[in-house]
Design a protein around this ligand. Structure first.
Ligand SMILES: [Zn+2]
Ligand SMILES: [Zn+2]
Length: 300
């Protein structure tokens, strides 16, 4: 399976680096038994050719925001996979929103009820859930609503393909293409046993790195059907079918401690050597300072 690159995607070959800022699903972790894989909820940053693309605004987006301000960056493109709490709880606390002169684009396309991205954010940030509304932001915030399945072109040389995922209230997966390299962000989604999701396979196709919802193991699925999540074994089946090089186990159950995740990662690696479990602070470099990297992962 292949996806034709956009005409502009090979025009620039600036850097393509990825950082995990949060890898937990549902709830943040806590305590000392979860420090190796981290406690923050979903947030992945892709720095591409000088641009910052951020996927989800779980608690991990708060330290990311501090880093962005420290480095003096002035623009961010934020994409919500969907707006369940674990993916947006950090949004009102994202420091760049309170910095005048910052330009922040917030995009969402998972909605099943016709609402816009801006309406959802306004509905989320209001009394009695929060004492503030989006009116408090000092940054220049631009809300964009797209339809799942649409291709997005946030900057020259960057193409983002999207697909609807199988998740209660809707969710969207993203496939980011730049300079001939591909990284995909695919959470939260439930698979149907024996029926690989064609939309998800398209996001995985020949990708260098894929973040995938591995909340559960196959043995847990009978009691977890309908919750909208998948397994590390299904991630491997998809990665093999689609020619994915690296499968990043992601959206770790908040109940799993470091020993649980290390055991899952070891088992996954035995079956698919390209598997790795996401840890807060882990980085991937698809295009480094000297050009495309063969397979550079820090924190492996
Ligand atoms: Zn989630
Ligand atoms: Zn969800």
């Amino acid at each position: 399976m292949s996806v034709d690159p956009a005409p502009s995607s090979k025009a620039q070959t600036g850097r393509f680096d990825i950082t995990v800022w949060g890898a937990r699903g549902t709830l943040p972790g806590s305590g000392t038994s979860q420090t190796a894989f981290g406690t923050e909820t979903c947030c992945v940053e892709m720095r591409i050719d000088g641009h910052r693309l951020v996927f989800d605004a779980g608690t991990g987006i708060v330290p990311l925001g501090r880093a962005i301000l420290t480095e003096g960056a002035s623009s961010v493109d934020l994409f919500f996979s969907h707006t369940h709490y674990d993916h947006i709880v950090g949004f009102p606390f994202f420091p760049p929103l309170y910095r005048a002169g910052c330009g922040i684009t917030v995009s969402a396309g998972h909605m099943l009820d016709g609402r816009s991205c801006e309406e959802i954010v306004s509905d989320y940030m209001r009394a009695p859930f929060l004492p503030i509304t989006p009116k408090i932001f000092a940054a220049d915030v631009d809300y964009r609503t797209f339809a799942a399945g649409e291709a997005l072109f946030p900057h020259p040389g960057i193409t983002i393909r999207t697909a609807r995922l199988n998740h209660p209230n809707g969710a969207v997966g993203f496939r980011v293409e730049h300079g001939g390299r591909v990284a995909a962000y695919v959470t939260d989604t439930e698979h149907r046993p024996g029926q690989p999701d064609e939309g998800v396979l398209g996001l995985f196709a020949d990708a260098d790195v894929v973040f995938y919802d591995t909340s559960y193991c196959d043995s847990e699925m009978t009691k977890c059907r309908g919750y909208g999540h998948s397994t590390w074994q299904e991630g491997i089946r998809l990665a093999r079918a689609a020619g994915t090089r690296r499968l990043v186990l992601y959206h770790h159950a908040h109940t799993r401690d470091d020993a649980d995740l290390a055991a899952i990662e070891a088992e996954a690696k035995d079956i698919f050597p390209g598997a790795v479990a996401a840890r807060t602070g882990m980085t991937f470099s698809l295009i480094g300072p000297d050009g495309p990297e063969a397979d550079h992962v820090d924190g492996d």
